[in-house]
Ligand binder design. Structure first.
Ligand code: UT7
Length: 328
């Protein structure tokens, strides 16, 4: 089995910035409540007409440029998203088309917030067993189109974005490698966080829209408790599997849903907050995009250097959760 390296990272966030004050005008909320309960100050939102691949493709181009890999060299494209451009075909096929990555096999992974980690877990194995040499993994979401803007408990939390990595077989000691990925699911808990309408159970219709069924429904407090537990457990699982202590981790990138969740998980793991990447204050919860966008920012601003040990963990609807531990 080959070791698998992260050759490049990239991200793309929509230009439109939505501050908390916007929500003060449409629901009974306040900047103070949103900041104190979630840590979010603003988020990015696409313009009408923009679709998932319009964020995923520019993120992919930046990752390919950093990696020094041409689109034609890609063997595999995996996009972690639950908000693809269309119900069919996949967002990954749209990205393939926009990049001109003729040779690649392209498909989506629908695993909500950990979709990027699920995508990494899949792509990494294809490279490790020698099936493919170069893979693009994107995590992206346009959550702003799946929000009930009259529900103050959810509308203030989410944002749009995309992040990407290019993976390849390790070519020498100068390159780091992925030590492990761990992914889990518990479908018994689907009703705590879901979008009821728009699929085959409740297909799109006027009624579906009128009854606001095509939007996120979440039991926030319950999700919070499960997120803290599962993120802590799956991060510990990654460390234990590799015989690594939390003190050896150079940077921890948890799912960016709520600053209080991140603080609780970091405390449980004994990782100081200086080593935790936080972007939730400026992007909100971008679901599958939180990990790759935060990783790309940390790489580009020098917080992650070649050889650093990075732990990432995410949790979301399904429930699904997962972690990855890698030397960059
Ligand atoms: O990405 C997938 C994973 N998602 C998550 O991890 C999200 C997990 N959940 C959370 O982050 C938090 O539960 C929330 C940020 C969603 C909510 O924070 P909370 O501290 O759990 O608040 P709560 O739901 O217990 O609500 C407390 C109060 C309620 O009022 P009463 O019943 O005490 O009178 C809510 O109605 O806050 C009220 N409330 C709000 N007030 C002002 C709920 N949303 C708002 C709001 N502005 N936007």
């Amino acid at each position: 089995m080959s070791k698998v390296s992260i050759l490049g990272t990239g991200c793309h966030l929509p230009e439109r910035v939505i501050p908390n004050s916007y929500f003060e005008g449409i629901v009974d909320t306040s900047d103070e409540w949103i900041v104190s309960r979630s840590g979010i100050r603003e988020r990015r939102m696409v313009l009408p007409g923009q679709a998932m691949s319009d964020l995923a493709t520019p993120a992919a181009k930046k990752a390919l440029e950093m990696a020094g890999v041409a689109p034609g060299e890609l063997d595999l494209i995996v996009v972690g998203t639950s908000t693809a451009d269309m119900l069919s075909p996949s967002c990954a096929c749209m990205v393939q088309h926009q990049l001109g990555a003729k040779r690649a096999v392209a498909f989506d992974v629908n695993a909500a917030c950990p979709g990027f980690i699920y995508g990494m877990a899949v792509a990494m194995r294809f490279i490790a067993d020698g099936t493919y040499r170069r893979a693009l993994v994107v995590g992206g979401e346009i959550v702003s189109q799946r929000i009930d803007y009259s529900d103050r408990a959810t509308c203030v939390l989410f944002g749009d974005g995309a992040g990407a990595v290019v993976l390849g077989a390790q070519e020498g000691p100068a390159q780091g490698h992925i030590l492990s990925t761990h992914i889990h699911s518990d479908g018994d808990l689907w009703e705590l966080l879901y979008v009821p309408g728009g699929g085959s159970r409740i297909p799109p219709s006027h009624e579906m829209v009128d009854q606001r069924l095509g939007v996120v429904r979440m039991q926030g407090q319950e999700v919070f408790k499960h997120a803290v537990r599962a993120l802590g457990e799956v991060a510990e699982e990654a460390l234990a599997a590799n015989g690594i202590s939390s003190g050896q981790v150079d940077l921890f990138i948890p799912h960016q849903a709520n600053l209080r969740i991140m603080e609780a998980v970091a405390k449980r793991l004994g990782i100081p907050l200086e080593k935790v990447v936080v972007t939730v204050h400026k992007y909100g919860n971008t679901s599958a995009a939180t990990i790759p966008t935060a990783l790309d920012e940390a790489v580009r601003d020098g917080r992650v250097k070649r050889g650093d040990l990075v732990l990432v963990a995410s949790f979301g609807a399904g429930f699904t959760w997962g972690s990855a531990l890698f030397r960059f």
